[in-house]
Ligand binder design. Structure first.
Ligand SMILES: *Cc1c(COP(=O)(O)O)cnc(C)c1O
Length: 435
């Protein structure tokens, strides 16, 4: 009989004693650009031109180049990116937008915020992204766009969605908030749909604490997106000292969703490190894959050969709960969190029952005759429910620790499996805090 050690949750020694790499990452280069902004006399795009191009404009150009598209418009956060993408495409009251039923709540709430109805669509087990067949089944006369998320560390079946959108003549919006730098058939994600959206919030692979961006190669959409994020203004073609670098157009109703110069400077600097950081995470994943192949303690998601590069915002692991005394993934995640000193989480609760998705209580749709169409309870998401009962995720920064980090995770899995009877004393109820 193997003696099991006490879980860290119950006072045993934690597996991981060393600190994890600090996230977000920064270095002297980051410090320099922040100082440059600090003493520049210009902290916002809407500040006067003082002889140097704004970081906002510079980041927009750098990120468009990185994504291999023509244009980028930075935004204050990912929610604003989704909002102006929907508005630029003319989506509003009476329109339905297909959104995945297992993702961050901002996707559905952004659709609601422009007056359109989010249709929660079930996912594919292999990617946890929206399932093409479920999208077809959810189609109606009112379907006006698909908001496709590349979730966790996977890429949705882009080919199937491009085909569906072309066939039906509706735009595809790619939400790449979890996939900075991922590639499909050799091209960066975000460049396949009409508009690609990104969040640069603290936990994302490229971050300025808060931040976001949209990308597109459509000139007309670009002009609208610029106005939508700067109160109807666009970059002036010619910069003049002491004057604003924006001209007033107002052909669409904008609002202020501009990124500050500090955030744009951070992003300009950190973008130059994105590929190497993504590579470090790949080393972690390769090492863990080899260890899991031997032990069978958990499974990494399957690889699609069309995905030419995966990136790891949240590493997904499918656990066989039978090996863990049939404890819930919530209990397993709680135990691993204590062993590893980093938050291991189950995947999102399906949006149909996510406590942060509460459209019926929102004044935005108060009194509308179609109020009932916003009821999340009208959708069925069996594959999302199944994934919620089987998968856990590890956030991106432990992955920067490479092989040593993978070892810690594998040792923790082994320890928790061996001590799994103790899991039955752990809170089994669903948590919904996830990155
Ligand atoms: C983080 C995230 C968002 C929201 O971004 P914010 O910057 O927090 O507004 C939207 N969609 C997905 C898929 C995300 O992961």
């Amino acid at each position: 009989m193997n003696e099991s050690e006490d879980l860290a949750l119950f006072g045993g020694p934690a597996v991981r004693k060393l600190p994890w790499p600090l996230w977000p990452t920064a270095d002297v280069g980051t410090e320099l650009v922040l100082k440059e902004v600090l003493y520049s006399g210009r902290w916002a795009l809407s500040g006067a031109y003082r002889g140097k191009e704004s970081f906002e404009k510079r980041f927009a150009r750098d990120f468009a180049n990185y994504c291999e598209v023509d244009y980028c418009v930075p935004t204050v956060n990912g929610t604003a990116a989704l909002t102006i993408a929907l508005l630029a495409l003319g989506i509003g009251i009476g329109d339905e937008v297909l959104v995945p039923g297992l993702t961050w709540v901002a996707c559905a709430s952004a659709v609601m915020s422009v007056g359109a109805t989010p249709i929660l669509v079930d996912i594919e087990p292999a990617t946890l992204a929206m399932a093409p067949a479920a999208a077809r089944a959810a189609w109606s006369m009112r379907t006006a766009a698909i908001l496709l998320v590349h979730p966790f560390c996977r890429i949705a079946d882009i080919d199937a969605f491009v085909e569906l959108c072309d066939e039906r003549g509706v735009p595809l919006i790619e939400d790449c908030s979890q996939a900075h730098g991922a590639q499909w058939r050799g091209r960066k994600v975000g460049s396949f749909g009409a508009i690609g959206c990104f969040s640069m919030q603290q936990s994302k692979l490229l971050t300025s604490g808060e931040g976001g961006a949209v990308i597109t190669s459509h000139r007309q959409l670009y002009e609208r997106l610029q106005q939508l994020r700067a109160d109807g203004r666009i970059y002036s073609g010619s910069q003049q000292l002491a004057k604003l670098d924006l001209v007033e157009v107002g052909s669409v109703q904008g609002q202020n969703f501009c990124l500050s110069e500090f955030q744009a400077a951070l992003l300009t600097d950190r973008l130059t490190h994105l590929d190497s950081e993504n590579q470090q995470r790949e080393c972690f994943v390769a090492a863990l894959r080899a260890m899991l192949q031997e032990s069978g303690l958990a499974a990494l998601p399957p690889v699609d050969t069309r995905a030419s590069r995966y990136v790891y915002y949240n590493l997904l692991l499918q656990v066989d709960t039978a090996k863990f005394s049939n404890a819930s993934v919530d209990a397993i995640a709680r135990a691993l969190t204590a062993e590893l000193n980093v938050q291991v989480s189950p995947v999102y609760l399906p949006t149909t029952r996510h406590p942060l998705y509460n459209p019926l209580g929102s004044p935005r749709i108060k009194g509308r005759p179609d109020l009932a169409s916003f009821d999340p309870g009208r959708f069925q998401l069996p594959s999302a429910e199944l994934a919620r009962s089987r998968c856990i995720t590890i956030p991106n920064w432990p992955l920067l620790d490479g092989v040593a980090g993978a070892q810690s995770v594998h040792v923790a899995l082994k320890k928790v499996e061996k001590a799994s009877l103790q899991l039955l004393r752990v809170d089994q109820t669903p948590s919904f805090e996830a990155f």
